[in-house]
Design a protein around this ligand. Sequence first.
Ligand SMILES: [Fe+2]
Length: 198
Amino acid sequence: MSFTLPDLPYAYDALGSYMSKETLEFHHDKHHNAYVTTGNKLLEGTGLENASVEEVVKASFGKNQPLFNNAGQHYNHLHFWNWLKPNGGGKPPGAIAKKIDEDLGGYDKFKEDFIAAGVGQFGSGWAWLSVKDGKFVIQKTPNGENPLVHGATPILGVDVWEHSYYIDYRNRRPDYLKAFLENLVNWEYVEKLYGEIK
Ligand SMILES: [Fe+2]
């Protein structure tokens, strides 16, 4: 199964000033598209041509770095577009809120720690809310890496590569992360992913 670039699940200008049309055009049409086209070239002859993106990510980790980088970023961005929605953000719905209370010390602590993970990821990478051994954990990874290769399943992730925020926020990564949680997160998609692994 070769990689394909999905359309955004909303209009390019749907996220307003929190994530501009210009950012989404560059990020989706140029950056994500490059991971798809480069990933497809690198898949040729690996024997992984018919594997799912998750399988390619796991199989290439530590073995084929160029393929891993592109497959990882394809997986990350497939979900990232769905982790955003117009008028999103705020407190999570019931089951997710309860689990955040149990495992992460409540929403306010989660918010603080998730933002700290994103700010603390030196250089490019991602911050995550993942499920590991049945518990919610906050993680951060460099470059195209993700929790799949660290024994966890991501249910929320935020891209902290500069291509995700520099047009709208310049160097203010903390402001971008705050806006992500307060105004952009699609908690219904988080709930859906969590439901699939229970
Ligand atoms: Fe990105």
